[in-house]
Unconditional design. Structure first.
Length: 176
């Protein structure tokens, strides 16, 4: 907050130099919460949010700009930056059929109204990499800062999905 105030009042000539000198301290809480690699991204995104009250932006101050929704900073259960990286990596590994399916789900997730519940079902024989397709989609959705709860029909299948729930556990969770 102090860094944003200093920048907002224009009390320093070289903001990027000030950032570089104090980056470790400014990012400390974010590095602890997320990781060494992504903590600075979250620190900059938080700073961007604070700078809006001074009508200043990271871009105006010649600092790296970060594209994270403000809501991510307050409720991120997952490291959005890391999820974006995983989504990109996983997407590159999809075969042609998997990529078509992934694109179809992605289009459906992004073209309907934001608060509209969506439910998708993927079925296929063992060994067809269904879990990999689901994981790619989960990373893509979480990388956008959106919430998703994967639900599997068996406990074993639920353990294969990051954040996955078995329907019985999911219903209990919803009722509490």
């Amino acid at each position: 907050m102090l860094f944003a105030m200093i920048c907002g009042f224009g009390e320093v000539g070289d903001v990027p130099d000030l950032w570089m000198q104090h980056q470790v301290s400014l990012c400390e809480d974010f590095v602890h919460r997320y990781s060494e690699q992504t903590g600075p991204h979250y620190a900059l995104a938080d700073t961007e949010e604070l700078l809006t009250s001074y009508n200043v932006s990271l871009q105006k101050l010649h600092l790296p700009t970060i594209d994270l929704p403000a809501s991510v900073l307050t409720r991120a259960n997952f490291d959005v930056v890391e999820e974006q990286a995983k989504a990109n990596s996983y997407t590159m590994q999809l075969n042609r059929e998997q990529r078509m399916l992934w694109k179809s789900y992605k289009v459906q997730c992004t073209t309907t109204l934001p608060d509209t519940p969506k439910c998708y079902f993927l079925d296929g024989p063992a060994g067809t990499r269904k879990t990999f397709v689901y994981s790619t989609l989960l990373h893509t959705i979480r990388g956008r800062g959106d919430d998703v709860i994967p639900v599997a029909s068996t406990g074993i299948a639920a353990t294969l999905l990051i954040g996955g729930e078995h329907p019985i556990l999911f219903l209990k969770f919803q009722l509490i």
